[in-house]
Design a protein around this ligand. Structure first.
Ligand code: ATP
Length: 236
């Protein structure tokens, strides 16, 4: 069976005043799990923002789940969720209120399951602002886990998290039903059964294909840091 298409962009360019964030990218995102890899400033978030219809490209066309995000935003938003790299939940809200609100939207059962998967039961009565960054990120993960959307775009789900929170979130993402398409932008090349790996560097597409250890390895070079060896940048 051919891999299903999650999104496609053609000749996509995004220019800001002083720089080009994406430079003429043509790309199909296919399969159930797509990893978008790249160094700081390579254009990952810009691509996510274009795919989610937040940022209009300077040039080029975009289709997400077969829809133009700038012409059909409401139809797309009922099928797709964009989880940004910062948590949007108001700090004064209690976790229990977030759970109530999401239960109202998606039903109590999937929300309860997500809360359990994320290990949040014991934190329900705390306010979001009292939580550590890792716990806040876990609260932000309730909606993507419970929402049963066709596509989830997730920007840097692991950044700034300790090993426990990373493992809990990686496991939760890994357990999402395969019918939920997942595009993860990350500096960390975690292989969650990745169907397609896309690498951006300097706003250009440098790789698109199956998960490749040798490409991923460049982004893990910091783990082999040796003060006596020269530092290699993944873009080199
Ligand atoms: N609103 C903006 N105004 C001006 N330049 C921007 C804006 N947003 C992004 N850029 C620039 O576009 C380029 C790509 O940024 P982007 O945030 O997409 O990269 P990224 O791969 O997500 O980086 P990081 O991993 O650091 O989050 C960078 O040079 C950045 O400075």
């Amino acid at each position: 069976m051919p891999a299903r298409e999650l999104a496609s962009v053609k000749d996509l360019t995004v220019k800001f005043r002083y720089n080009i964030a994406l430079d003429g990218i043509t790309l199909d995102l296919k399969g159930n799990r797509v990893l978008l890899l790249g160094s700081n400033g390579s254009g990952k978030t810009t691509l996510m923002r274009v795919l989610s219809g937040i940022l209009r490209p300077t040039e080029g066309s975009v289709k997400v789940l077969g829809l133009d995000p700038f012409k059909n935003p409401s139809k797309l938003y009922s099928r797709m969720l964009y989880v940004r790299d910062v948590e949007d939940i108001p700090y004064m809200m209690r976790v229990s209120s977030v759970i109530d609100y999401l239960s109202d939207l998606y039903g109590p059962e999937p929300v309860k399951n997500a809360v359990e998967t994320l290990g949040l039961e014991e934190h329900a009565f705390k306010r979001v602002g009292e939580l550590s960054k890792g716990l806040r990120r876990r609260v932000a993960m309730i909606e993507p886990l419970a929402s049963n959307r066709k596509l989830i775009l997730m920007d840097e789900p692991f950044s700034g998290l300790d090993a426990t929170s990373r493992i809990i979130i990686a496991k939760a993402l890994n357990d999402l039903p395969k019918k939920t398409g997942l595009v993860i932008a990350s500096h960390i090349p975690l292989n969650l059964g990745i169907d397609q790996m896309v690498v951006l560097e300097g706003g250009k597409l440098t790789y698109s294909g199956p998960y490749k250890e040798e490409v991923a390895g460049k982004y893990l070079a910091w783990m082999e840091f040796d003060s006596k060896k020269p530092i290699n940048h993944p873009a080199d």
